[in-house]
Design a protein around this ligand. Structure first.
Ligand SMILES: [Zn+2]
Length: 324
């Protein structure tokens, strides 16, 4: 596996951030040599405040050649192959509370099509199973969650925490105890049929991904399953892709820091249409994209849905490689 010789240091908390030579804020990442682990010159790096500060001194600016090198062996531990949930245990079903709620919101035809595309399942208690199916079509696990069919919000009662399909199957003896779990992005299987110019829209929650997929089908919507899940091999499938990130309003900085490691491997943009939609709302309380979609679909005049067409425009612009 190859990498660039110098990379911005991976974000591992505040200790990896330094004082920016220009703006003085503690938002500066240094370039490090992937072979020796040593940082380059103190001022060689990038400020994370890309818009308000914009400081960036690249390795080439200090005379270092950022060539492609083979990663040293110690960075490539022998990877144990992931386990797979057998196909016959991975059932698609519309019998979850979530699917019922989605039907009420956007009708049966669209719900059936979208949830079928993502192969979403249900358990006997009506909880939804967000199967994680990789690009090869292999199912790594499934996240089992309970939703209120009326509001499509998570049910927060004690008994409704997140469960995992592989754990359940191990508990009932249908899978071996030694199951090597390697999660993948939710929706990753859809990349198998996406062409390189297709825009991958990255969101945090599975629910947001399927709701957005219904109203903005021109994007391939994938979910990380949580912002802390961005690390590891999971993002590898995005190599060479056009990735449009929809970060929650209070998490842009965090996403940006965590995604830094992938800026060289894929074409990454943060949505500009989405912060504009947030800014135009009267209330500044925390809102996520799923809430906005639900609200727009519940509006019988269709005006709210029409106001969201900027996201379609943004996806199309990226597909044509234009600036939005
Ligand atoms: Zn700065």
């Amino acid at each position: 596996m190859n990498s660039y010789r110098y990379r911005l240091e991976a974000y591992r908390g505040m200790a990896t951030l330094h004082e920016c030579p220009r703006c003085g804020r503690r938002s500066f990442k240094r370039y490090v040599d992937v072979e020796s682990g040593e940082a380059l010159r103190e001022d060689c790096g990038r400020c994370n405040h890309v818009n308000s500060c914009g400081y960036h001194l690249a390795p080439r600016d200090v005379g270092a050649v950022n060539e492609s090198v083979a990663l040293p062996a110690r960075q490539m531990p022998q990877q144990e192959r992931h386990s797979v949930i057998p196909e016959e245990m991975v059932k698609h079903s519309l019998r979850s509370d979530f699917a019922r709620g989605m039907c009420r919101l956007m009708g049966e035809a669209l719900t059936t099509e979208v949830l079928g595309r993502y192969r979403v399942g249900a358990d006997r208690m009506g909880r939804v199973i967000w199967w994680q199916i990789d690009e090869q079509g292999e199912t790594r696990t499934g996240k089992v969650m309970a939703y209120d069919p009326l509001t499509l919000k998570r049910r927060r009662e004690m008994a409704c925490g997140v469960d995992w399909a592989h754990s359940i199957l191990i508990r009932i003896g249908q899978l071996p105890i030694k199951f090597v779990l390697k999660q993948c992005l939710f929706g990753a299987h859809l990349l198998a049929r996406a062409v390189p110019t297709d825009v991958v829209c990255l969101v945090e929650s599975e629910k947001t991904a399927v709701l957005c997929a219904a109203i903005w089908p021109r994007g391939t919507w994938l979910a990380t399953g949580g912002i802390t899940q961005l690390e590891g091999g999971r993002m590898e499938v995005l190599r060479g892709r056009r990735v449009l990130v929809f970060a929650d309003s209070d998490a842009v900085e965090d996403w940006s820091l965590r995604l830094d490691a992938y800026r060289f491997t894929c074409s990454l943009r943060f949505s500009r249409a989405w912060p504009t939609i947030i800014a135009e709302r009267p209330s500044r309380s925390k809102i996520d994209l799923a809430d906005v979609v639900i609200e727009a679909l519940s509006d019988t005049t269709g005006q709210k849905l029409a106001a969201l067409s900027t996201i379609t425009d943004e996806i199309d612009a990226f597909r044509l490689n234009r600036i939005y």
